[in-house]
Design a protein. Structure first.
Length: 309
């Protein structure tokens, strides 16, 4: 059965054990041709357009009506990643933290998805924008009338992977808005980190930070585990080749599949992520690197290692 999200009223108590952010609200990908991109994402994932205009389209799961992805006709790569504050108090607190840390904030002046009450946006050290939204009036999850997409497959937001030459610096920056380390791999000699998986809620990670030239490696969407295999069969019918996968990641304990859109933007499609709890202590990965990437063995191609958005 698909996982239907029921309305949850967050309180100070739920924030204390779940964390300040309810997860990734949506991610906006830059594309050079909006019409081509909409057709590709609709056919691949069954997403439906809920709003379109001024070179931008917001795409939602047809099963829940939740916006999970947006497309911006501004080139290629990441436009911004958006996280949803659980309560108005959390929204105000995170804004105050960023202000106290002398991080320049743009509030309510940038375009974001329909239904948002308020939003603030900052630039991360990698040069990409991070947004925090307050959306207390979202309607309950419900199928989009007249749109069937992939039927019972519920597409949801998951996470993204950033690459940077300063993993520690980006980790500390995200710490200002409540992110905590879940799993890490130190560089030899303890001079920094090779990779950090960080979270701001009860799931294992919403951002993976890997050492490398600044950029976005992939944007991840998720479905339930049974639906994962159905989705891959659908992709097979469309004859859209994978870049890598299917595999099973150790961190997050997820099934995973990587595919690139017509413009080179990389999507990761995953099964549901493992919950560890907001108070989970930082843990150093103690297994071989190949096992972290794919518990089943086969490792990614050179394109996965060397190319990103």
């Amino acid at each position: 059965m698909p996982r239907i999200e029921h309305p949850v009223v967050d309180t100070i108590e739920t924030v204390q054990w779940k964390g300040p952010l309810a997860g990734t609200d949506h991610t906006t990908i830059r594309v050079p041709d909006l019409a081509t991109a909409i057709d590709w994402y609709r056919s691949l994932l069954g997403l439906v357009v809920t709003e379109q205009g001024a070179g931008r389209a917001f795409l939602a799961s047809s099963l829940t009506g939740r916006v999970v992805l947006a497309l911006s006709e501004t080139g290629r790569g990441l436009d911004y990643v958006s996280f949803r504050a659980r309560t108005p108090e959390v929204f105000q607190t995170l804004g105050a933290r960023l202000d106290a840390a002398d991080v320049p904030i743009s509030q309510g002046s940038s375009p974001t998805r329909p239904g948002v009450n308020d939003a603030l946006r900052v630039s991360m050290p990698t040069g990409h924008d991070l947004e925090i939204v307050l959306a207390t009036d979202d309607p309950p999850a419900a199928p989009v009338t007249g749109e069937y997409g992939l039927g019972s497959i519920d597409i949801r937001t998951s996470h993204l992977q950033l690459r940077t030459t300063d993993v520690r610096g980006l980790t500390d920056f995200l710490g200002v808005v409540g992110f905590r380390s879940s799993t890490f791999v130190p560089l030899p000699g303890g001079a920094g980190y090779f990779i950090q998986f960080v979270r701001a809620n009860e799931f294992h990670h919403q951002v993976a930070i890997l050492t490398g030239t600044d950029g976005v490696h992939h944007v991840a969407l998720e479905v339930d585990e049974v639906a994962f295999w159905a989705l891959l069969d659908h992709i097979g019918v469309l004859r859209r080749p994978a870049e890598y996968g299917p595999v099973r990641h150790h961190e997050g304990n997820m099934l995973s599949f990587y595919i690139r859109d017509p413009f080179g933007n990389r999507l990761e499609l995953t099964s549901s992520m493992e919950q560890v709890g907001y108070d989970y202590p930082p843990t150093m990965a103690g297994h071989e690197p190949w096992y972290h990437m794919n518990m089943w063995g086969p490792q990614p191609p050179e394109s996965w290692e060397q190319e990103w958005m």
